[in-house]
Design a protein around this ligand. Structure first.
Ligand SMILES: [Zn+2]
Length: 179
């Protein structure tokens, strides 16, 4: 991690700044998708680090993660937003920074590009938060990290980042989500 939802930090501003060029839902699902393996594998193997494999690799970002993120962005999320909006109207289920995300359909190339970019930002951030990110999975002879081990494993670094990211995240939520 950062905490999974904080991964939207680098991608949401892209959509707010260039709403025609990016697909909000594909960016959003793309940037969190990697951690799906953490919540599904972790309970079985019993360690967070061991839970990071193909979905935290470049191979995954262009294959498994891409398919899952595109399906979630194109079908699942719009379907859910429409339902919720009908059931509890006026709560902004379909709104993000002045756009209706259900009607804001993009070309396939934009959706796919957004999902891939989201995935790459996930790996990029994780490089600064873990002592090992399996970028080249299944090949992983040496740990890959952007940080020296002492920093990557230092709780002060990790907690500090989470606090800063958390503050920005909640600001973005308040500013854009449902508005
Ligand atoms: Zn991750």
């Amino acid at each position: 991690m950062p905490l999974t939802p904080f991964h939207v930090l680098p991608v949401w501003p892209l959509y707010v700044r260039w709403p025609k060029r990016w697909d909000l839902l594909a960016l959003s699902f793309g940037c969190v998708m990697s951690d799906l393996e953490v919540i599904t594998v972790y309970p079985i193997v019993g360690t967070w680090e061991a839970g990071r494999g193909i979905m935290h690799s470049l191979l995954g970002v262009f294959t498994v993660n891409l398919v899952l993120a595109v399906v979630a962005a194109r079908y699942l999320a719009p379907w859910l937003a429409v339902r919720l909006d009908r059931r509890f109207p006026g709560k902004g289920w379909r709104k993000f920074a002045g756009h209706d995300v259900v009607t804001d359909r993009k070309a396939w190339t934009v959706t796919i590009g957004s999902a891939i970019l989201g995935g790459l930002t996930h790996l990029g951030l994780d490089l600064f938060m873990h002592y090992d990110t399996p970028l080249f999975w299944p090949w992983r002879a040496v740990p890959i990290s952007a940080l020296p081990l002492e920093i990557a494993l230092n709780p002060a670094w990790n907690v500090g980042i989470e606090l800063v990211a958390g503050a920005v995240f909640f600001w973005m939520l308040w500013r854009w989500v449902g508005k």
